[in-house]
Design a protein. Structure first.
Length: 388
């Protein structure tokens, strides 16, 4: 899928607390493949650094084994990230396998391979399908995704999902968008478009890592972010009856996943999430249960109320928010630091700017040498003037 995907289902508080006490899981994110057909400018991975050989990837049997381990640990939902899940050659087998275990499945995809046939298959297997949709502007979508034809691909996938029944029943369709300088003026419209069709909007701010780190033309400032979250919250409450407290990094949702989830990468590494890309272990070497129980980083994040530092530790929202641990880790090197991009931490803006600036200077040569085609273009692009 190749973008920030940080959204997982929400669970009752008691269920989460029990999962923490018992060292269990409620969801598990998994990458069946890191291959992707796009080259999104905000991708949390550094697309140019993908492992080409894929020799280290888990086999089908190993993926199935880790899913069974997750089920034993209490997992209810498997969230499939990537890479692009619909490029994984055994995706339909894995969907059947997961459903056979009575587990729910969510797939985040850019719409490739969502043919009429595949859309019907997804619908019939009750797959929650979250389709990338950053903008209504064709040229901009192609630019953000790093590939001409992406907008058409997304529209085709949407049409096939709609024809398969996704808009009529089950409410299993979502759209995902990353908020950046280039699409911020369209976000409210996109949100309303989704709500009107009973599509779940999964919108989030950028986690500054991977490709996103090299493209400083993408970032919006604190005020724009805060205003946008409040505008959408008011619309959601007034028009659609959804009440939520605006808090980054997710619009209308909370990331509390560190209390009950983990990510298994295509080569079997277990890490807290896409943003906190610290290896806690590998399922080829140890059981998932052992890794969860004995990993310092996973345990520290599960017990974030005791471990988190700075303003996030004593914020009035700290019972229901720890900010984005990925952003904290990527920008400060400390996954327990306050989230530097929350508007409540705005006084740290100068520090963040200088840190991000240093990182970009460090990365510039690497990206230039690899001919990262969209970087220069997007850094120069100004909102409302992307048709350069
Ligand atoms: S901590 Fe941040 S990067 Fe990690 S899952 Fe939550 S929102 Fe995403
Ligand atoms: S300061 Fe931290 S805990 Fe408070 S709202 Fe912001 S991210 Fe959440």
């Amino acid at each position: 899928m190749n973008f920030n995907n940080c959204v997982v289902p929400e669970f009752p508080k008691e269920m989460i607390e029990n999962a923490i006490i018992d060292n269990n899981l409620l969801t598990m994110e998994i990458e069946f493949t890191r291959a992707c057909n796009l080259n999104c400018v905000y991708c949390y991975m550094d697309n140019n650094l993908f492992c080409e050989s894929r020799e280290c990837d888990l086999t089908r049997e190993e993926f199935q084994n880790v899913i069974m381990q997750a089920k034993d640990l209490g997992v209810k939902t498997i969230v499939v990230l990537g890479g692009e899940p619909m490029l994984y050659p055994y995706i339909s087998d894995m969907i059947k396998f997961i459903r056979k275990q009575d587990l729910y499945i969510e797939i985040f995809s850019n719409g490739i391979n969502v043919t009429e046939f595949n859309a019907r298959f997804l619908f019939e297997h009750d797959v929650t399908f979250v389709l990338k949709m950053n903008t209504f502007i064709e040229k901009l979508q192609d630019l953000i995704s790093g590939k001409e034809g992406t907008y058409a691909q997304i529209q085709e996938a949407f049409k096939n999902l709609e024809n398969a029944g996704y808009l009529k029943e089950k409410n299993l369709l979502g759209i995902s968008s990353v908020i950046c300088n280039q699409n911020i003026d369209e976000i409210v419209k996109l949100w309303q478009w989704a709500r009107e069709r009973k599509i779940t909007p999964y919108f989030e701010i950028i986690t500054p890592q991977g490709s996103a780190r090299a493209n400083n033309g993408l970032y919006i400032n604190y005020k724009e972010m805060k205003d946008l979250f409040y505008i959408i919250s008011n619309i959601d409450r007034g028009t659609y009856g959804y009440t939520w407290e605006p808090q980054p990094p997710l619009v209308g949702m909370k990331c509390l996943r560190h209390q009950y989830s983990c990510l298994v990468t295509s080569c079997g590494n277990v890490q807290p999430c896409v943003g906190v890309n610290i290896k806690a272990g590998n399922v080829k070497e140890k059981s998932l249960r052992e890794i969860i129980k004995n990993s310092e980083v996973i345990q520290n994040l599960r017990n974030y109320r005791q471990t988190i530092k700075g303003h996030c530790g004593h914020c009035v929202n700290s019972d229901n928010c720890y900010g984005c641990r990925g952003t904290a880790y990527q920008l400060t090197g400390d996954y327990l630091a306050s989230d530097p991009l929350c508007w409540k931490n705005a006084e740290r803006e100068n520090y963040i700017k200088s840190y991000v600036g240093r990182m970009q200077a460090k990365n510039r040569n690497k990206f230039a040498a690899k001919n990262y085609s969209n970087e220069e273009y997007l850094v120069k692009a100004k909102r409302g003037n992307y048709f350069l």
